[in-house]
Write a protein that binds this ligand. Structure first.
Ligand code: FAD
Length: 621
């Protein structure tokens, strides 16, 4: 049957990409349908119950600045919050939260159910309605036909999913859920390039059978860091402790003894796994000289005893898993509640996508999340948001939108995916961003809220609070710039307590803050006044302390942008350009781009390479 209502946007899949996509399209005023296997699993964390971490919290805060759900759900579900790299520079500082799975799902579900313009429907999508090269809707498993202007596909690890546990395997989208077969076959018929990837998860353990006394305790930070710009500490549930233990030589012997029954080593799995999140059998095999690996023992929630042993993802047979687990200090009598497993699934080469995540071959069809070869909730959520925005804009007859690499990690993520593609599950790192001093997690709100407002994603409450903060920063910066401390004054005496050498000349509070030995707290003490809001104080401190580096990066971005139309001579000797990799030199020689902009669009040609090219051109002139 044809469903009587026509939608502007249909989103298939209610994982992290799908929920952000549906929420953003609906928030922008589009009649949106979220079609998913099971309404009970909306926002489900398939693997580790944690959000954020290095590179990933940057994405969460960007999703949040664009009005998305992940940050807010994390504040409502986080049972342990920490700032990682707290002693390092602000570019690599990151917030990580351990989440209660049930609370996280409940928060996402509540947001979805209360979102105007959003309709939920539970059923598997089996086919796409495609007319020529245009997507026009979706057909479900029981033949219901939903029609829409835009379709967003976010099926995660479910396409052609096969679960491996030892030498046994069966079809599945993740433990307990069916895989998506019909749609996977349909996509293989369309002109997409389909590949296989794999990921894995550890066995879960009953905390009642664990001896925590032999493990190291790890508490979160106090006060707890906050994930969302709109969040506050009063939303945080009761906080819990994590623990640390380690594998032993015996664990490694047991694992080595089981490798002949490992689907990975026996060649049953063809898909490539995440390089930075390898299985324990992979770690034992690859790092044979290491006799121990760390395991973070993380609670799955407030109302469950189940634990997530982070670091021992495995697809070894269950008997080997159990013996290996019981060789770990504290787990001697452990009961495994769920075996670990690996899953292999189809992904679509993201080089078949545009920057908006619309497919190149089928118009009005967008792909987002793990289907594009990424791994992680945050990478999925960020893509979902972008695809949802563009699906909505198309339905409303507007042009596409995407951020540049110098504006957001989301820009880096999408640009990396569509220009370079991926051969292994792609995860975000701060090292992937050329301009990481500008793309900090602490300024995601300043970078993106205004854009979010223009796109129709930021509500009045957030907009007002954002403007208050922005004005607060401007006022505080002006106060620090204009408040002078004279050498003989009482304020100078306070300053001299902290300065390496006593003040000789009059200095502004900003000058003092630039000194490495002085932080915002000292400046507040010297001046006898501080900003009312700690986030304003923190932002002002970073902006002033890193001003030099930040303006250098801004100048570089400016230079690149200004030079985009610069012609490249046809006879340019690319071998003579310093600092280029052989691969990039080769590509430039093959393509011989006409302009700098064209060069920058060649797959694999990085902004750093463009910078080298500009230096060379300048020298040549
Ligand atoms: P998913 O969260 O998988 O959501 C897909 C959604 O689509 C589901 O709701 C599903 O029911 C629905 N769906 C699928 N097909 C259809 C259909 N035909 N019709 C209707 N609905 C459909 N990430 C890490 O960062 N680190 C890890 O160590 C890690 N390990 C993992 C281990 C396992 C076993 C699994 C399964 C995942 C793991 N992940 C890991 C990945 C993480 O779960 C994903 O990156 C993230 O969930 C992807 O989000 P998504 O929205 O793209 O897809």
């Amino acid at each position: 049957m044809d469903y009587p209502n026509r939608f502007d946007v249909i989103v298939i899949g209610g994982g992290h990409a799908g929920t952000e996509a549906a929420l953003s399209a609906a928030r922008m005023g589009c009649q949106t349908l979220l079609l998913t296997h099971n309404i009970e699993t909306l926002g489900q964390m398939s693997c580790n119950p944690a959000i954020g971490g290095i590179g990933k919290s940057h994405l969460v805060k960007e999703i949040d600045a664009l009005g998305g759900a992940m940050g807010e759900a994390t504040d409502r579900a986080g049972i342990q919050f920490r700032t990682l790299n707290a002693r390092k520079g602000p570019a690599v500082r990151a917030t990580r939260a351990q989440a209660d799975r049930v609370l996280y799902k409940a928060a996402i579900r509540e947001m979805l159910e209360n979102q105007p313009n959003l309709t939920l429907f539970q059923q598997a999508a089996d086919d796409l309605i495609v007319d020529g090269d245009e997507a026009k809707g979706v057909v479900t498993q029981t033949g219901i036909r939903f029609h829409a202007s835009s379709v967003v596909l976010t099926t995660g690890t479910f396409l052609g999913g096969v679960i491996h546990l030892g030498m046994q395997n069966h079809s599945g989208g993740r433990a307990g859920d069916p895989s998506t077969i019909g749609l996977a076959e349909r996509l293989r018929e369309l002109p997409f390039n389909v590949g296989r990837l794999k990921t894995g998860t550890p066995p879960r353990i009953d905390g009642k059978t664990v001896d925590f006394s032999v493990m190291e305790e790890q508490w979160g930070d106090d006060p707890t860091p906050i994930m969302s710009f709109m969040g506050d500490r009063s939303q945080h549930p009761e906080q819990m402790c994590c623990f640390i233990t380690r594998t032993t030589e015996r664990t490694h012997d047991i694992i080595r003894g089981g490798l002949d029954r490992s689907p990975m080593f026996a060649g049953d799995i063809e898909g490539i796994g995440p390089r930075y999140c390898p299985s324990i059998e992979d770690k034992v095999h690859r790092f044979a000289d290491k006799n121990s690996h760390q395991i973070f023992v993380e609670p799955e929630g407030l109302n469950t005893h189940e634990l997530y042993p982070n670091g021992i993802s495995t697809s070894l047979p269950f008997d080997v898993q159990l013996e290996a687990v019981r060789s770990i200090p504290g787990f001697e009598n452990a009961h495994v509640t769920r075996p670990g497993y690996a899953i292999e699934y189809d992904f679509l080469n993201p080089q078949d996508l545009r920057h908006t995540l619309e497919t190149k071959f089928i118009h009005n069809l967008w792909f987002a999340g793990q289907i594009n070869g990424t791994t992680g909730y945050e990478e999925a959520g960020a893509q979902g948001l972008l695809a949802g925005i563009n699906a909505a804009r198309r339905a409303q007859g507007q042009d596409g939108w995407y951020p540049r690499r110098d504006e957001a990690y989301l820009g880096v993520l999408v640009d990396d995916l569509i220009t370079m593609g991926t051969k292994e599950p792609y995860r975000m790192f701060t090292s992937r961003a050329e301009y990481r001093l500008i793309l900090r997690e602490d300024n995601a709100d300043l970078r993106l809220t205004e854009t979010g407002r223009k796109l129709g994603l930021v509500d009045d409450r957030r907009w007002q609070r954002f403007n208050e903060k922005r004005e607060g920063i401007a006022t505080e910066r002006q106060r620090l710039d204009t408040t002078k401390v004279r050498p003989a004054s009482e304020q100078a005496q306070v300053a001299n307590r902290y300065l390496k050498s006593p003040m000789k000349d009059a200095l502004s509070l900003s000058d003092l803050l630039r000194r490495p030995e002085i932080g915002y707290d000292q400046v507040a003490e010297i001046g006898g006044e501080r900003a009312g809001d700690d986030t304003v104080a923190g932002q002002v401190e970073i902006q002033i302390k890193y001003e030099g580096y930040i303006s250098r990066q801004e100048a570089e971005i400016d230079r690149l942008r200004r030079n985009e139309d610069l012609p490249l001579p046809v006879d340019l000797d690319y071998d003579a350009v310093g600092g280029l990799s052989n691969e990039i030199t080769q590509k430039l020689k093959e393509v011989r781009p006409e302009t700098v902009a064209q060069a920058s669009r060649i797959q694999g040609v990085t902004p750093a390479a463009i910078s080298q090219l500009l230096i060379h051109l300048k020298k040549r002139d």
